[in-house]
Design a protein around this ligand. Sequence first.
Ligand code: G6P
Length: 607
Amino acid sequence: MCGIIGYAGHRPAVPLIVEGLRRLEYRGYDSAGVATVQNKEIELVRAAGKLAALDEKLARKNVTNSTFGVGHTRWATHGVPVERNAHPHLDHEKNIAMIHNGIIENYQEIKTELLAKGYEFRSDTDSEVLCNLIAEGRKHNPNMLESISWALNQVEGAYAIAVVSIDEPGTVYAARVASPMVMGVGTGENFVASDIPAFLPYTREVVFIEDGELVKITSSSWEVFNVETLEPVEKEIKTINWDVQAAQKGGYKHFMIKEIFEQPKVISDCLAGRVDQAKNEIVLPEVEGMEPPERLHIIACGTSYHAGLWGKYLIEQWAKIPVEVEIASEFRYRDPLLAKGGVALAISQSGETADTLAGIKLAKEKGLSIIGLCNVVGSSVARESDYVMYTQAGPEISVASTKAMCSQLTALMLLALYWGKRKGVIDATTYSRAAQDMRSIPSILETALPAMRSRAQELSREYSEANSFFFLGRGLYFPLALEGALKLKEISYIHAEGYASGEMKHGPIALIDPKFPTFAMALNDELFPKVKSNLVEVQARGGEIIALTNPGVDLDVEHRWSLPEVWGPLNTFIALPALQLFAYETADYLGKDVDQPRNLAKSVTVE
Ligand code: G6P
């Protein structure tokens, strides 16, 4: 977690860094800070709370126009979120300033040694320990490069760090192990950051930094070294085609609503180049080189896990491949039985989720090939995978994931069709219908979204005082029920549980009363009659129901929410945004901080 940025260039560093942090705030937002160097002294400004608190403090201070520095937005791991634990941290003599994302596992031992040498600490963080270890290294080494390497070779754990010192004005050092870091190469200026949007207004030229690499940037140069040996490492510059607008709100009140409305485009982008329109055929060059798996293990967390649960239905049904879906944090410690030669599919929007990465490592050790289904280009999941399929959703800024899930479902559907065809097990009509009709979903959804938003607004006003909600669905809509409940609880803080409709009678129905509403997915499919019976059971206990359904469906509930009907599983792509809109409108109506819900972070790079 945490967002970091380092800058060396020709512009005043502080405003540029703060703007960069604003675009990284989704990575954590419990405190923030910046450090620059002027006249052989470190200038440090930090504030507990969101970036606005840092802005206020900076407005009151007279920061200089130093043209290099580092900045950080924090999601606490060690030490409560107060100013003294905010980054940057200084060494005890105030010669070095460092920002850190990750956890130094052996910090306690190092701290004990440094305390014995007379070092003093001002925070509770593992990061300050590393900063002082670099200072200790400076005593034995001729320059900062060697001091940083000396220190990093003693630490265990995960880190992305950036460092400035009074010794070397104009230079920023950075390094990473198991925490994300990219370098931006500009003209007369260079950047390091946790993620590309931080420097996107200034450059699209990007170098992906790998584990064990140490970077040195100045305004006019950049170099990458192996952190252990300090041998230079050759790196390739890649050009990113994201536009700055895509990383900003574009007129919407929140990133979340913008991202919900982007879903038609996300589906088109994910399908682009993957459906041969002339032949009505799915082409997936990314997995062409592998045989369809005999068994598939899907590992993921959060919303990506729900996408995986949904994918299981289609991959089993269409490609006849047995699929197990597991929460990555369970999978990694369960000692799972994995047959050599099997395949694991890791789903991750960020590509940096620590548990998912650990799941990949375990699956690799057991001899599985890995397919990474992720959104962020060049992310750790992408780099650790044997085959990578990018979901093409563009940057997702809102902490609550919306368009990323839509893109994951699109990609999973493509995989199910592709493998089904390659194995010759999918029925030809289903295949051609799916391949054909998928392409019309973006325009149907685009047309439907404004009315769906109005309906979500009406319903959210009526139910904003509810303390609890059930979300129910069967078949493909069971994972959606889980996702609907997750969205509502994470941004509106209303308690919500997702259940398979048929499970209600085994306990949860005891909770139903007139103040405990149910949000049901009662779409027009072969399971509808079963769902209907479950809903009658809820009504018999006085429970009120909002039902997502289709025109003409015979259902008598308090609130019908009729969605345009499309073919078969494609109805998912209309139902998912309805759930997201309901959560969004409820949270917004209640005045919650929609894009940055309390206690959460977008990219969870710790266990
Ligand atoms: C966090 C985010 C969720 C996300 C999950 C998995 O909890 O708040 O929105 O679904 O991580 O993230 P990933 O990047 O691996 O999909």
